[in-house]
Design a protein around this ligand. Structure first.
Ligand code: ADP
Ligand code: MG
Length: 443
């Protein structure tokens, strides 16, 4: 078989890094060119999950890179010497109701822990070590981009490696409901039920998708019961806790609450910095500490955005001399930096004026009615308008804990929907806060 010149392979990987930084993963450095024959470049990967990732997301970019590097019309295929053991479920069920591909980066080693996610992480580890015996079900909830999918898939990876016979089945709730609808339409409910009620471990992401779906809830209730009675592990994630999923049947709420429910909160600065270091290492990007701190200080709510800022900084540096520094990072973050200007003290000031209460009372532990409500409004606005974590917001109000902040902001959110007067007041306060900040910002 013809081979590729070393310089051509390094041109291809270089092309990927510069032009498709979002797609590049840390393990790309372990890929190897196997040969170039009949216009097909074969690329060897470490395992099947990497091959699946490459085939699904990177085929076109690799073709573009290979053509640019060799000056020839080539196509690319991916292969591995380490295929996964064959699944023991009957192939037709697998074909009919396929699982989702696991992201090979979503493993425990790549997950950074901090006060925001320690309980969820510890529970996920425990469940991956003793499926069905530690906490069953395990229910993780938190805002978007805080690592729920990462932890769910990490459990699956661990089980696949340690106990492949356990058959961990990872699926999004949307896929579950789509499969269910399809099965009803095709008259294939038996296959569907066999498929879902015979898995070793059921991992369902974004279960809030069951909201308002009566029949899917009914079906899931029976799937849940069958697995739970057989002591099979069930793991779920959602963007809110079970009781807050709209129109979720009470019997499902109580079942979801019957194991361990763990909140994944927004990460604090130290955790965000550690995550950036970890992501940079995975992507083989060298980032100086002042840049790590800059990015982590600017992006507070969503780790996916944190990662995006790192990728953007790296891509921008590639258009210069390839070195990341404070200036380049500031440029990459430019648009983001102008967005988050409302602060908790400014919210407290504004709310104290609006409701005629003292700032010191809002920040105290006083529980009189005239103070409790405006304080809840502050917490709600803190959640809506700033990037602080629940714990950080609680810190401004007499050191209250995350659950108080979560509860308060949800109360106000609900009240706002049914009370036009409150809604109007909140809109007014928000406008003043944003305007006030813009005025100061433009001075
Ligand atoms: P969610 O499912 O909660 O919306 P994801 O699990 O998809 O969030 O996470 C979004 C991105 O952030 C992923 O790339 C994930 O690897 C990363 N991420 C989230 N939390 C962590 C963490 N604690 N350590 C490392 N990476 C994290
Ligand atoms: Mg997710």
């Amino acid at each position: 078989m013809a081979t590729l010149k070393a310089s051509e392979w390094s041109d291809i990987t270089g092309h990927m890094r510069v032009n498709f930084p979002d797609l590049v993963r840390g393990w790309f450095s372990t890929l190897e060119p196997r040969g170039l024959e009949g216009g097909v470049l074969t690329v060897g990967a470490g395992n099947s999950s990497q091959v699946r990732y490459l085939a699904k997301h990177c085929r076109r970019p690799f073709v573009e890179a290979a053509q640019a590097a060799t000056g020839m019309l080539v196509s690319v295929c991916f292969e591995t010497d380490n295929p996964e053991p064959a699944p023991s479920l009957s192939l037709s069920f697998e074909q009919e109701f396929p699982e989702l591909t696991l992201n090979s980066d979503y493993v425990f080693e790549n997950f950074v822990t901090g006060p925001c996610n320690r309980l969820a992480h510890a529970a996920a580890i425990a469940v991956s070590e003793k499926p069905g015996r530690a906490y069953n079900p395990l229910f993780l909830h938190g805002d978007v981009g805080l690592g729920k999918t990462h932890l769910l898939q990490a459990v699956c990876h661990t089980i696949q490696t340690r106990e492949p016979q356990q058959q961990a089945s990872y699926i999004s709730c949307e896929t579950f409901t789509n499969h269910f609808i399809e099965a009803v339409e095709k008259g294939a409910l038996n296959q569907f039920r066999y498929r879902y009620r015979h898995v070793g471990i059921l991992v369902i992401d974004d279960i809030q998708f069951l909201a308002e779906r009566e029949r899917s809830q009914e079906e899931f209730f029976h799937t849940f019961n069958t697995l739970h009675q057989a002591q099979r592990q069930i793991i779920m994630s959602a963007d809110c806790c079970p009781s807050e999923i709209p129109s979720l049947q009470e019997r499902l709420v109580s079942r979801f609450n019957s194991g361990l429910v763990a909140l994944m909160d927004r990460p604090c600065l130290e955790t965000r910095m550690a995550i950036i270091r970890k992501k940079a290492k995975l992507r083989c990007i060298e980032v100086p500490e002042d840049v790590v701190k800059l990015i982590a200080s600017e992006i507070k709510t969503n780790i996916r955005e944190l990662e995006g800022a790192l990728v953007k900084t790296d891509a921008l540096s590639q258009t210069r001399d390839g070195i990341i520094n404070h200036e380049i990072a500031s440029e990459a973050l430019g648009t983001t930096m102008n967005n988050h200007m409302v602060t908790i003290p400014s919210i407290i000031d504004r709310v104290s004026v609006h409701y005629g209460v003292r700032v010191s009372d809002l920040q105290s532990r006083k529980r009189t009615k005239s103070v409790v409500f405006p304080r809840q409004v502050c917490m709600y606005l803190g959640r809506e308008l700033t990037k602080h974590s629940l714990g950080e917001i609680g810190g401004f109000f007499g050191g209250r804990d995350h659950s108080t902040v979560l509860h308060s902001s949800r109360l106000i959110k609900e009240a706002r929907e049914s009370d036009p007067q409150l809604n109007h007041a909140l809109e007014e306060i928000t406008t003043l806060l944003i305007r006030g900040q813009q005025t100061r910002g433009s001075l």
